[in-house]
Design a protein around this ligand. Structure first.
Ligand code: I3S
Length: 128
């Protein structure tokens, strides 16, 4: 039944643990501070949670957890950024507001999945 479907804005696309650092805020460069983050791709947003241990894909629900921060993917840009870190498997996410994040995983397949899924959401938002 269509009425039982969640609204698009609450659709859970993907969730998992990535290493994250913010490198710019409103275009101003920040000092790197890498930390593991529970990352949830839901609707138009990428949402970061501080305590990865308290979060699992099955237990996560929109509204019952307190996110550390969230990123609006509309107009965002994604690019591989192995030149911006000594770590492997790094990509950069830049928001329209000039916030920049690096996301990283030791697992090649996992980071590629994240890149492709986020990119597909960004592409979908362009055509909405
Ligand atoms: O690009 P950078 O500045 O060389 O990044 C490294 C530093 O931010 C370093 O912190 P301190 O400069 O505060 O010691 C971090 O610990 C490193 O992880 C950063 O480099 P990687 O290559 O890991 O992104």
């Amino acid at each position: 039944h269509p009425l039982l479907l969640p609204p698009l804005s609450h659709e859970l696309e993907k969730a998992g643990l990535l290493n994250k650092t913010k490198i710019a805020e409103g275009g101003r460069k920040l000092r790197k501070n890498w930390n593991p983050s529970w990352v949830v791709l839901v609707g138009n947003s990428l949402v970061f949670f501080k305590d990865p241990k308290s979060q699992t894909p099955s237990s996560w629900k929109p509204g019952n957890s307190c996110p550390e921060s969230s990123v609006d993917l509309r107009g965002a840009q994604l690019q591989w950024a192995n030149n911006l870190s000594s770590k492997k498997n790094v990509f950069k996410l830049r928001t329209v507001t000039g916030n920049e994040f690096l996301l990283q995983s030791e697992t090649d397949s996992l980071i590629r999945e994240w890149f492709n899924t986020i990119q597909s959401v960004i592409d979908r938002l362009v055509s909405l």
